[in-house]
Design a protein. Structure first.
Length: 373
């Protein structure tokens, strides 16, 4: 539990189920990285060796069979859970929030390569030296031909979005339904008057929140703002390997500001002061929590047309072609000149928040738990 978006979702589910009277425990398998400020987990230290990790996961589940159901939050642990199901009786559900069960390099994943991820693709995309690829050849084969069959022993898999479900089904996985993250009812706090957006005669304010990595579309975003002119402003919040490039770009432009990493508790003011949240990802992002947070702050979304973001934003957002800075620049310019459109998108955020609310999503979770028990 490292404190990232996935762990926020885990803690939110844990706290919500606990408050409803369910007896919930969290088991972690890498205690060195735990950041558990409000949760006391059952801690294990599992070897980083893949074979040992799978066996250890299976053994941990066997040890804790007093529980009625296991919910595996890390897809990488589903192989061990699938092996457990070949000998154990307890129901197991899994969460599909990334693609590491079959993808060897998510940074190279685009909007099409996953549709037919052959063993040769796994080898060529893996970012290791050739000699190590030779050693890992059995792993590449197993990811294509064996692991899907093992994981399919699990009772039910919760895909975070329809796109995740479609991608996993295309790679041999079954027993999948779509159950996304739900909004944190405590985010944001009550909006302060100083945070309320004022667009009268002001440049349209765009916001990016997230890791500064290539697959997140940072190059596309910067290139688009180079073309979009000065009638719009961009605020970038986050950290990552492209930090130096982003900072240099922001320092050279009056309409771009970079704020580095911001504590999650302070993010709401950035959403509230922005007119549009932009999510320029170039890979099929499973279910980014930043879009939920943006919608909760009544900030409409501009997203690349790949993965879950278009589905999440719905009619509270607009899309552009992924990896196309010209199309993104044109969309930025169009939104900056159209207050009516921005107001329309903003008015649609409430319905999207209702769709992803705890009251809508949690009953689906519990209903499907009960299906498996």
């Amino acid at each position: 539990m490292t404190g990232g978006g996935s762990d926020q979702s885990l803690k939110l589910l844990y706290n919500t189920l606990s408050k409803k009277g369910h007896n919930v425990d969290i088991i972690t398998v890498n205690s060195d990285k735990n950041n558990c400020d409000s949760v006391e987990p059952i801690e294990y230290q599992v070897p980083r060796n893949r074979i040992k990790e799978i066996k250890r996961t299976k053994n941990i589940l066997q040890k804790h069979e007093s529980y009625d159901l296991y919910h595996i939050f890390n897809p990488g642990l589903l192989v061990g859970a699938g092996l457990y199901k070949s000998i154990g009786d307890n129901p197991v559900v899994g969460r599909l929030n990334t693609y590491n069960l079959f993808c060897t390099n998510i940074s190279k994943m685009d909007d099409s390569c996953h549709r037919d991820c052959k063993t040769i693709d796994k080898i060529s995309h893996d970012d290791v030296k050739d000699i190590k690829k030779f050693v890992k050849f059995p792993e590449y084969l197993s990811r294509t031909h064996i692991i899907p069959h093992i994981v399919n022993n699990v009772d039910l898999l919760f895909a975070q979005s329809p796109s995740v479900k479609k991608i996993y089904k295309a790679n041999g996985y079954s027993n999948i339904i779509t159950i996304p993250n739900f909004c944190d009812p405590n985010f944001p706090p009550n909006r302060k008057s100083s945070d309320v957006r004022n667009t009268n005669n002001q440049p349209t304010k765009f916001l990016y929140v997230g890791r500064l990595e290539k697959q997140k579309g940072i190059d596309t975003l910067l290139s688009a703002f180079e073309q979009a002119g000065t009638k719009s402003k961009l605020t970038i919040v986050g950290d990552g390997r492209m930090k130096a490039k982003v900072k240099s770009y922001a320092d050279s432009r009056s309409n771009v500001s970079y704020h580095g990493w911001i504590d999650h508790a302070d993010l709401f003011s950035y959403y509230n002061q922005s007119d549009v949240f932009v999510h320029p990802g170039e890979w099929p992002d499973p279910c980014p929590r930043t879009i939920l947070e943006s919608l909760q702050c009544q900030t409409p979304c501009l997203v690349s047309n790949v993965g879950a973001p278009p589905w999440m934003a719905g009619d509270a957002g607009t899309t552009y072609r992924p990896g196309d800075p010209v199309d993104l620049a044109e969309t930025i310019t169009a939104l900056s000149k159209n207050d009516y459109r921005l107001n329309q998108l903003e008015s649609n955020t409430e319905a999207r928040v209702d769709f992803f609310s705890k009251d809508n999503i949690l009953p689906q979770v519990i209903e499907n738990y009960n299906r498996c028990v």
